[in-house]
Design a protein around this ligand. Structure first.
Ligand code: S3P
Length: 434
């Protein structure tokens, strides 16, 4: 059910009990694509049934994969096309999802037909040159036809691709993954060099689906052999660390909290927030850690007094999606939190430096804006007011968490975008705050 306005107020009690956050968004996109390309039938459990990932499911159906719901909630069976997708009818709509568009572009670039990728206004203003350039080096033909230069809609004429060696100019898992997916259709090997470690879900899922992929330089360089034949293999998706992050920060900053988040993905390329919060003084414990193709476990968070910190450059790619909610922790912490080297925030679902700064100032936070980040001085009393989400799910959810520690009521307009990543967020907010 679409929600467009959500409100919350100061909590007089802690967040207690336990919660299962929905399945991981990055992994869900990749599983839909890889299972859709594989030979045979994959059963997927705990798939994230959010708008973003369902757009990728629809795209794979357009390419001929059979995706059928299974009796358990959030479960599908996906019968793949054995690396022979069919030409889609009409354009492929990726909605709000940069991951969906960039990863699918890698696949479509290699297929023997024309296709077009499009999305909503926010997605059609995000940079696509970063995937077009290396895919063209592999032999692809892609035209960015948006009103903004270098932006979607993307018109793709599928071509035979060849392997390349490519150094990513920005640390981006989406670009790396677009190239790894494209390389499945190429004859020669591909090597991608990253300037910093980015999330390695594609590499792990390649191993799961039987696609040769090796890493060296501590994961900084990734090599595939080309000509891949993925094999269907059932898979369970852990909870999304980026969704758990909202409750981790909420339980840190709301006095009297004691919360358990169950079966959350703990991939080390995603969990920098955990280390940063601990450095700030957070009381966070991991229990029952297990490992299958991805590590996961339960996260126990109890409230604590937080202190400001400085983020290290190498930490940024591993907490890039958590910076809006980290900004809420920072504005409630004692002292300064320095977030720099994070210019990538300007090209997310909104310009997250501008939108975080605007909303922090509106609730009484002290913050200085830089081209590549912000410095937040914590401890000023916060006062709720009406805020815009700027069409960005993570801005909406972060400032609903700030409401729990602000005087009065905080109202977020245009919250329907929360459905892109966390459809039952409002339900969980109510459950934990009633
Ligand atoms: C993602 C990678 C990150 C992240 C996005 C999901 C992915 O983007 O911000 O939400 O699933 O690969 P970049 O690769 O652009 O940094």
């Amino acid at each position: 059910m679409p929600i467009d306005t959500l409100s919350a107020g100061k909590l007089s009690h802690g967040l207690r009990g336990e919660l299962c956050v929905p399945g991981d968004k990055s992994i869900s996109h990749r599983v839909a694509i890889l299972a859709g390309l594989a030979k045979g039938k994959t059963s997927v459990t705990n798939f994230l049934c959010s708008e973003d990932c369902l757009h990728t499911v629809t795209a794979m159906r357009q390419l001929g994969a059979m995706v059928e719901p299974e009796p358990n909630p959030h479960s599908f069976s996906i019968t793949g096309v054995d690396m022979h997708p069919e030409a889609p009818q009409g354009e492929i709509d990726c909605g709000n999802s940069g991951t969906g568009m960039r990863l699918l572009a890698g696949v479509l670039a290699a297929l023997p037909f024309k296709s077009q990728l499009t999305g909503d206004e926010s997605l059609c203003s995000r940079p696509m040159g970063r995937i077009i350039k290396p895919l063209e080096l592999m032999g692809a033909q892609i035209a960015a036809c948006g009103t903004k230069p270098g932006c979607a809609p993307l018109k793709i004429v599928g071509r035979k691709l060849h392997g390349i060696s490519y150094s990513l100019p920005v640390a981006s898992a989406q670009v790396k993954s677009a190239l790894l997916l494209a390389s499945m259709f190429a004859k020669e090997p591909l090597t991608v060099y990253q300037p910093a470690l980015t999330r390695d879900h594609t590499e792990r899922l390649f191993a799961h689906f039987g696609i040769p992929c090796t890493t060296c330089d501590n994961g900084l360089s990734v090599r595939t052999e080309g000509a891949a034949f993925p094999q269907a293999r059932s898979i369970d998706i852990p909870g999304d660390f980026s969704s758990a992050a909202f409750w981790m920060v909420a339980a840190c900053v709301v006095p009297g909290s004691d919360l358990i988040l169950r079966r959350v993905g703990l991939n080390p390329t995603r969990t920098a927030l955990l280390h940063v919060l601990r450095r700030m003084g957070a009381n966070i414990e991991i229990i029952d850690k297990q490992t299958s193709y991805e590590p996961y476990g339960d996260i126990v968070v109890r409230s604590a007094v937080l202190h400001g910190t400085e983020l290290e450059k190498e930490e940024i790619p591993n907490l890039i999606d958590e910076i809006p909610i980290l900004a809420i922790a920072a504005v409630l912490a004692e002292g300064k939190t320095i977030i720099r080297h994070a210019a990538e925030l300007r090209v997310k679902e909104s310009d997250r430096i501008r939108t975080v700064v605007t909303n922090l100032r509106a609730i009484g936070g002290k913050v200085e804006e830089f081209d590549d980040g912000m410095i937040i001085t914590g401890s000023a009393p916060l006062t709720g007011c009406e805020l815009d989400s700027f069409g960005d799910h993570r801005i909406a959810m972060s400032f609903l968490i700030s409401a729990l520690c602000s005087e009065g009521t905080t109202t977020l307009r245009r919250c329907e975008n929360i459905n892109t990543s966390y459809p039952n967020f409002a339900e969980h907010l109510q459950q934990l705050t009633q």
